[in-house]
Design a protein around this ligand. Sequence first.
Ligand SMILES: Cc1cc2nc3c(=O)[nH]c(=O)nc-3n(C[C@H](O)[C@H](O)[C@H](O)COP(=O)(O)OP(=O)(O)OC[C@H]3O[C@@H](n4cnc5c(N)ncnc54)[C@H](O)[C@@H]3O)c2cc1C
Length: 351
Amino acid sequence: MLSTEFLIIGQGLAGSLMAYSLIKRGRSVMVIDNHHSGCATQVAAGLINPITGHRLNITNGFFGYAEKARKLYWQIERDLGCSIYSEIAQTRLIKNAGQAQYLEQRKRQPEYQSLLKDMQNTGAWFTESAEFPHGAIHVSRTAVVDTKPLLYAIQQWLKNRNSFIQTRINYDKLTVINGLFKYSIADLQLNAKSVIFCEGFQAIDNPWLGQLPFKLAKGEILTVRTQQPLDRMLSWGNWLVPFAKNKAKLGSNYIWNDTSPVKTKEAANAFHKSLREFTKLEATTLLHEVGIRPSTKHRQPFVGPLTNLANAYCLNGLGSKGCLVAPHYVEQLCNHLLLKKSLARENTQWL
Ligand SMILES: Cc1cc2nc3c(=O)[nH]c(=O)nc-3n(C[C@H](O)[C@H](O)[C@H](O)COP(=O)(O)OP(=O)(O)OC[C@H]3O[C@@H](n4cnc5c(N)ncnc54)[C@H](O)[C@@H]3O)c2cc1C
């Protein structure tokens, strides 16, 4: 028999950071994950991008989220000896005259002053060789989380402390007896005081969470070889994010309410066409992947205790900005579990 305080189901970004943070705060944890191929964290570009959308909006709460994210990813790097977080330069290409007008407005707004910097000829191949009819701008405070190595490093760390099991939870077999969760895997009997569900989009199969107002968004993404080494990420609605010499991630699209792990030639062709049109760059596809973003109808994550199952909690709905916001919500949930701090109503009301 194995007893633990917290049983975490799912080791994507949410489950990984939750397990790491609880263990660092002295708690016992067991993580179960089935390494599903549609797992969003396995394929994510890992971008932390202050400015998004056609109108070049700053993500609400960006500066607070970004600070917590940097702190947590740095701590994991130091602690686990892995390399997962890097701050990189971003050049945003302006798509059309309408967006150029938004840019002029944004440049006059005080909160954008520290984020937007006019392009200067840096001597880099990119600024010298490319011409953009509607202009381009540097965006500071951009970072990338290397999500696959992050999952791998946390999983190894958990395995070393006998805190990880690879299997799929069968919800019918998760029972509660005398206030303890019980689950059997082969001849191992697991007892847990609390359960934290972190299954990403697969929560739709969870009998206690299946009713949550998800608005799932499938996304395709390419790993490409570029002809020249890139010294920054480029964004223009799509993005090209370098992660190794002459290698970059190119993406992505949003296909709503489709959870089939099907990749399409059309999507790959559209990414390459858009890359050629906006950046004049050519690239070769090395890998084509697909994942399902656990987005929600009200654009807020689900974080907190379930109302239909005692001592069960949820951390889900991280949407398309999981790498930015997850560290904040992990901290909130840890503080709730360990210090009884209250959670925001917009995150708990659906649970
Ligand atoms: C194409 C694409 C690009 C993206 N790019 C970015 C980006 O640039 N920046 C950013 O911040 N975010 C990005 N995202 C979003 C980001 O990936 C998500 O916000 C985040 O990874 C969600 O993490 P999660 O842990 O909630 O879910 P997931 O990553 O899906 O993890 C859930 C885990 O639970 C496991 N699981 C589920 N059910 C069970 C079960 N019954 N038993 C055992 N295990 C189970 C799964 O196998 C999986 O490992 C992107 C997503 C996609 C698809």
